[in-house]
Design a protein around this ligand. Structure first.
Ligand SMILES: [Cu+2]
Length: 316
């Protein structure tokens, strides 16, 4: 008994939907999620993966079905009837992508704003919220010495001292330079070549670049922010998982860009306090570590670069 083709189509649709929904949750392509906003990003990625899987199965499946069903018949040398356009079909295959693209753009924008991309003083949209006029307004209200200080500070493209900004538990100044990351804990007077963070505490990273544009990226946090010379950018997040994760420069910045890596160590508050105590605020810590690191990686960094780093660390 032949199964009617509309039943077959329905079954194929159900199968493709189930497979897509399953694969969208089980693709295993993302690294562990270790910051508070990471599930939002993963939700968006999984949705896109579900849709992409469904479209892939549908298109590839149709190609094979059509190749088979309309293959040349043994005793029939004639061609099929010519077809010129099909308005309903064309509206359908234009309409479906339009709905998908619009839906995804609304969804991704909502994730971006939920992560604080548009709210000044929160991570994300470094290029969208320029704070110049407000900086001037803040400076005008301060006593003159403080006003001068504010005026001399680099422009913060992702917000400065807005009343709505939540006070983070910990602020770290991050500086990118060819070809390393330097982490400065202003409250503890610590300078380090790797980033230590306490689990479950809200963190603010004030990011800057020394020379060219770099980008601070931690895949496990699902966060990436440009580091721009003369312009401060910001990230705010809370680490949610203990572990050691890579910090990667995500902006081609010169010949050793590929080696511009460090690591972030998320540890329990007790271990974090221990690390803080073990650190002394000495400018010699950083260059010696960098020398060790470059020697270990056999990077053959030119001596003048090491010398430059020594000078730089001394000036911090
Ligand atoms: Cu870089």
């Amino acid at each position: 008994m032949a199964i009617p083709s509309n039943i077959l189509t329905l079954l194929a649709g159900v199968a493709i939907t189930c497979l897509s929904l399953w694969y969208g949750q089980n693709h295993g392509l993302l690294p562990t999620a270790a910051a508070n906003d990471a599930p939002l990003v993963d939700g968006l990625f999984n949705t896109m993966m579900t849709i992409a899987t469904g479209l892939f199965l549908l298109v590839q499946g149709l190609i094979f079905v059509i190749l088979w069903r309309f293959r040349r018949q043994p005793n029939d040398a004639t061609d099929a009837a010519p077809v010129h356009g099909n308005l309903a079909l064309e509206i359908l295959w234009t309409g479906i992508p339009v709905v998908i693209v619009l839906g995804l753009s609304v969804y991704s924008f909502s994730v971006y704003t939920t992560m604080g991309g548009l709210s000044v003083g929160h991570g994300g949209g470094s290029h969208m919220a320029h704070a110049h006029p407000r900086d001037a307004a803040i400076a005008a209200e301060l006593p003159s010495s403080a006003a001068e200080e504010t005026a001399n500070m680099p422009r913060v493209s992702a917000g400065l001292g807005t009343p709505t900004a939540q006070q983070p538990d910990l602020t770290v100044n991050v500086k990118g330079l060819q070809f390393a990351w330097i982490f400065n804990y202003p409250d503890q007077n610590i300078i380090a070549g790797e980033l230590h963070l306490p689990l479950g505490k809200s963190v603010q990273l004030d990011i800057e670049a020394q020379d060219v544009i770099h980008a601070f990226w931690v895949p496990q946090f699902r966060l990436k922010q440009d580091a721009i010379p003369g312009e401060q950018t910001r990230l705010q997040f809370t680490p949610t998982q203990v572990g050691t994760f890579p910090i990667i420069c995500a902006e081609l910045c010169g010949s050793y860009h590929g080696a511009m890596r460090s690591q972030v160590i998320v540890e329990t508050p007790e271990n974090y306090d221990r690390w803080i105590q073990s650190q002394t605020a000495t400018a010699t810590v950083l260059p010696s570590r960098l020398e060790e690191a470059t020697a270990a990686l056999d990077l053959q960094v030119a001596p003048e670069h090491i010398h430059h780093l020594h000078q730089l660390a001394a000036s911090l």
